[in-house]
Design a protein around this ligand. Structure first.
Ligand code: NAP
Length: 311
């Protein structure tokens, strides 16, 4: 069995996967995808629940996504997760999309229903649970900075901040126009006056040290939704010099137990967590959508921890 399959493999799926038991019927689709810890997490859950299916990785490029998704029903797939950079594109390739994913504009969970593809999004609700488990606080009570508000995860999380009516939201993105467009969409959700503090409830800030330092003084939680930090050679997306001890820093990246951003947070005396807890909770919610039963959270968490320790 391969660690990662490609579109070429999907084209000859029955030959490529002949003899694999239980059969590969779930996957994460991304580019890159080899880093994904979803397979060990979901395979542990499938085994625990006695479900005769395995979960694998599909390395699919953006231009291949349509063909890959369309091939899933006839290949016997039950569903897939979409990850970087496919979440927004996937929305337009669904036959149906649930209300939450439609509102958010990104799909991370696909259910195969007959020959139809149905899209959902569990990233935002997964993040809410992760923040509560890591820091013991509720997103709705926080002043939040979303770094990487132009990508799929950033969009899902910023939208969730709007749905939760968090105290304040600042959008930051390398390509500033994408953050501005998202802010325009979010504006109706942030019309009510905030409880305290200067500044508007919803702001867009340029990715410049001075501007960010000023924003961080009036923030509680920074969420890194960029892909900066995924590669070993990456530096922290934010220098420690602009971080402050009162901040909670959530890095959605989980490719290291202490990511570069978390090390910067340590230097600044700030609390931080990596994205493993979000992966766990968004995965548990996806499992519940696929199988209409409670996910074995403890088993999934243990599998993620074991996988992280083995890396
Ligand atoms: P995406 O749609 O491709 O978005 C990538 C984001 O990163 C964009 O905002 C992009 O900015 C920014 N970016 C990329 N390279 C950059 C650079 N060199 N400097 C500054 N910004 C840069 O990807 P995604 O699906 O949102 O995923 C983003 C990250 O979230 C990934 O690391 C992924 O692993 C993580 N994630 C984790 C979980 C979890 O469960 N823990 C779930 C979802 C996502 P531009 O708009 O300027 O291009």
């Amino acid at each position: 069995m391969k660690e990662v399959y490609t579109l070429e493999d999907l084209r000859t799926w029955s030959e490529v996967t002949a003899g694999i038991e239980p059969p590969l019927r779930l996957a994460v689709i991304g580019d890159p995808v080899a880093h994904s810890a979803s397979p060990p997490m979901h395979n542990a859950a499938l085994e625990k629940c006695g479900i005769a299916a395995r979960y694998t990785r599909l390395h699919i490029k953006a231009e291949e996504l349509g063909e890959a998704l369309r091939s899933l029903p006839k290949l016997g797939f039950l569903g897939v997760n979409c990850t970087i950079p496919h979440k927004a594109l996937a929305l337009g390739l669904m036959d149906r999309v649930d209300d939450h994913a439609r509102r958010i504009g990104v799909v991370n969970t696909v259910v195969v229903e007959g020959d139809q593809l149905v899209g959902f999004n569990t990233d935002g609700p997964g993040l809410v649970r992760a923040v509560r488990s890591e820091f013991g606080v509720d997103l709705r009570d926080l002043r939040v900075v979303v770094l990487g508000a132009g990508g799929g995860a950033g969009r899902a999380i910023a939208m969730q901040c709007g749905i939760e009516q968090c105290e304040r939201l600042v959008l930051v993105n390398r390509t500033l126009d994408k953050a501005r467009e998202l802010a325009a969409e979010l504006a109706p959700m942030f019309r009510a006056p905030r409880v305290y503090g200067p500044g508007d409830r919803l702001e867009v800030a340029p990715w410049e040290d001075g501007a960010l330092r000023a924003q961080f003084e009036h923030a509680d939680l920074i969420i890194n939704c960029t892909s900066v930090g995924m590669k070993r050679a990456d530096v922290s997306p934010l220098p420690s010099s602009i971080l402050q001890p009162h901040l909670m820093i959530y890095d959605t990246i989980y490719t290291a137990s202490r990511t570069k951003l978390m090390l910067a947070a340590d230097e600044a005396g700030a609390r931080s967590a990596n994205g493993l807890s979000m992966l766990l909770h968004q995965g548990a919610l996806a499992f519940e959508i696929w199988f209409d039963r409670e996910a074995p959270l403890d088993v999934m968490k243990a599998a993620l921890e074991q996988n992280a320790a083995a890396r």
